[in-house]
Design a protein around this ligand. Structure first.
Ligand code: GSH
Length: 209
């Protein structure tokens, strides 16, 4: 196996954290997004979607999408469990992970990608360019704050996002909280349950992976 990776990007970080939690090490191939290597013909031959992470299996199969990659890794090395225990536990991890992926990451990305000069015409990953729309910066910021309010409500009733145990959903939320800092949105501000959760997750050795 090998992982196509970029150290500064939030989605590859999710896979690196997952691997670290599992105690797994696999070779990494850097793809420098700052130098637009994701759009090189060589990398598009690996992932036509032009995104990292990509996990290449020993038989040449290439997996994109953090959820699929981490689910695969969980199957090959089940312990420690990061996708929950039993039908209900697994469903809760998938549910909360999807809420973060569908609501949290895109909201913060809406701010960054419509604001930063570095993302000019790069509002979405992939080979098609779209222009920035400045009005989306404010809308994205409001959506991001609303999303973190929802996380506050959930974490006020549960130690971790999907319940009693740390899971893949927490990895996705941690990446999102740190990603939101890029646009100066502090998820922990005035949200004591998010702050308590963040301090706990931040103390895990995998966080620096
Ligand atoms: N849904 C994908 C998202 C992958 C993604 O958007 N990755 C970003 C880095 S965090 C990327 O490759 N961006 C390339 C670009 O912006 O052109 C996943 O779960 O892996």
């Amino acid at each position: 196996m090998r992982l196509f990776d970029f150290s500064r990007a939030p989605n590859p970080r999710r896979v690196r954290m997952f691997l670290a939690e599992k105690g797994m090490e696999i070779p990494r191939v850097p793809v420098n997004l700052y130098r637009m290597e994701q759009l090189s013909p060589e990398f598009l031959a690996i992932n036509p979607g032009g995104t990292v992470p990509v996990l290449e299996l020993d038989d040449g199969t290439r997996l994109t999408e953090c959820l699929a990659i981490c689910h695969y890794l969980e199957s090959v090395q089940p312990e420690p469990r990061l996708f929950g225990q039993g039908a209900k536990g697994e469903a809760l991890v998938l549910m909360w992970n999807n809420i973060v992926e569908a609501e949290g990451i895109p909201s913060a990305a809406e701010v960054l990608r419509n604001l930063s000069p570095g993302f000019r015409d790069r509002v979405f990953p992939g080979t098609v360019d779209y222009p920035q729309l400045p009005a989306l910066v404010q809308r994205g910021a409001i959506r991001t704050q609303q999303f973190f309010d929802r996380m506050q409500a959930r974490l006020a009733e549960s130690p971790f996002l999907a319940g009693e145990a740390f899971s893949f959903a927490d990895i996705t939320l941690l990446a999102t909280v740190d990603f939101a800092k890029w646009v100066e949105i502090d998820a922990t501000h005035d949200r004591p349950a998010v702050a308590r959760w963040y301090a706990s997750v931040k103390s895990r050795p995998s966080v620096g992976a």
